[in-house]
Write a protein that binds this ligand. Structure first.
Ligand SMILES: NC(=O)N[C@@H](CC(=O)O)C(=O)O
Ligand SMILES: [Zn+2]
Ligand SMILES: [Zn+2]
Length: 428
């Protein structure tokens, strides 16, 4: 079906019309199609790409499935998500990554690109079959033991060496396990006051420092998951200045929430790495604007009610984030031009083009202009909404923004010319 989008601003530019036909964007000419979308006041962005999503299938379909997570992603303006490997069974074989990839195709809401585990069962002892996953139908290029750190430096080195052959990348959950035993939240004054065991910033920074040296030594690609401290920013800054092939992501929640949220003892705020200090938040925003942090990635981590609505110490870490990511980023004002207006080009860079490039997703990250694949999203930047945790396509409601008023609303999302979202509603 063809669509005509009238009067839409592409990346903040002057209003124009776009024809969506045969899976691509065209210059409108001749007879107009019957389906017309009024784009007045809307901004077209390349479909967002998430490098870090937990879809929970196989194994915890009560918390999320590939389909429900894909729907949440489309509603958040995403057209591709990279699915983390910490499922049950773990995505550490060609069979499991192909299963996730196939479920994503069947759901048809976003492209689901599986991430493969680095080590068998995420146990940190033996390398998984990285080559078989790379050669599989899922063509895995990103490998991660996320949820766990590849703590053994020899294994990390081997993994970096191995993926170099096919330009793969190791995405590290940077957490020195000996420094975070029993940790419940960020190590600092709030943890001291609440009497909770702390997760010190240096547990993250020490691993990132080690890994950039390993990546430099091997000449391979390292990606730092959910970077959360000002010190980590400095380690990455120095490594980039030396030419190390390192990229880094920040989550929306680490850009707005701080460790004092734990004072509520509400486990919805329990997450790894933990919410940090206001100074860290400031440093992360600046680093994202500068490009020391390359991308925003959601770390969408849905959890079933019984794993969240319990005592803080027993609750699983993680929070949902796909449906609110763009709004949260807009709310920070971090990606603005010198006159304070939203820098849509920079948003496209951090949330679509760069993640697409890191993941090797050639069909994503293209500006929505004639000639490009019709894989894009339409945002209403003037809209505001109050977040309701239960109004979600996700199976889980562990939403830390509940009750907050956030700017921006996704009006439509298209994947290869097919609408996955129209009028803010999922089409499948
Ligand atoms: N971020 C989290 O707190 N939890 C993630 C794992 C992870 O990203 O480390 C999860 O799988 O629930
Ligand atoms: Zn992690
Ligand atoms: Zn994660």
């Amino acid at each position: 079906m063809a669509y005509l989008i009238k009067n839409v601003s592409v990346l903040g530019g002057a209003a124009r019309d776009l024809l969506i036909e045969d899976g691509v964007i065209k210059e409108p000419a001749g007879e107009n199609p019957r389906n017309i979308i009024d784009g007045t006041g809307l901004v077209a962005l390349p479909g967002l790409v998430d490098l870090h999503t937990h879809l929970r299938e196989p194994g915890r379909e009560d918390a999320e499935t590939v389909e429900t997570g894909s729907r949440a992603a489309a509603l958040g303006g995403y057209t591709a998500v990279c699915a983390m490997a910490n499922t049950s069974p773990v995505a550490d074989t060609a069979g499991v990554v192909e299963q996730v990839w196939r479920l994503g195709r069947e759901a048809g809401l976003v492209d689901v690109q599986p991430i493969g585990a680095v080590t068998i069962g995420l146990a940190g002892e033996r390398l998984a079959e990285l080559g078989a996953m790379a050669d599989s139908a899922a063509t895995v290029r990103i490998f991660s033991d996320d949820g766990h750190c590849v703590a053994d430096p020899r294994l990390m080195r081997r993994a970096l060496e191995y993926v170099k052959a096919f330009d793969g990348v190791i995405a590290q959950h940077a957490e020195e396990p000996r420094l975070t035993e029993g940790a419940q939240m960020h190590e600092g004054e709030v943890a001291t006051r609440l009497g909770l065991t702390g997760w010190p910033a240096v547990a993250e920074e020490a691993i990132i420092a080690r890994d950039v040296l390993l990546a430099e030594h091997v000449g391979s690609r390292l990606h730092v998951c959910h970077l959360s401290t000002a010190g980590s920013v400095e380690v990455v800054r120095q490594a980039k200045a030396r030419g190390v092939r390192v990229t880094a992501e920040v989550t929306p929640h680490h850009l707005v929430l701080t460790h004092d949220r734990a004072e509520s003892y509400d486990p919805v705020f329990k997450v790894n790495p933990p919410l940090r200090t206001a100074d860290d938040v400031k440093a992360l925003r600046t680093a994202l604007a500068e490009g020391i942090i390359d991308v925003v990635a959601t770390d969408h981590a849905p959890h079933a009610v019984e794993d969240k609505e319990c005592e803080w110490a027993y609750a699983r870490p993680g929070m949902v984030g796909l449906e609110t990511a763009l709004s949260v980023v807009l709310s920070t004002g971090a990606l603005t031009t010198s006159d304070g207006t939203i820098d849509w080009d920079l948003i496209a860079e951090r949330m679509s083009r760069t993640p697409a490039r890191i993941a090797g997703l050639a069909e994503h990250g293209h500006d929505p202009l004639p000639g490009a694949p019709a894989t894009f999203t339409l945002v209403d930047p003037a809209a505001t909404r109050t977040v309701d945790a239960t109004e979600t396509a996700s199976r889980s409601t562990n939403n830390p923004y509940a009750g907050m008023s956030l700017p921006g609303r996704i009006v439509a999302t298209f994947l290869r010319g097919e609408p996955t979202v129209l009028d803010g509603k999922a089409q499948k």
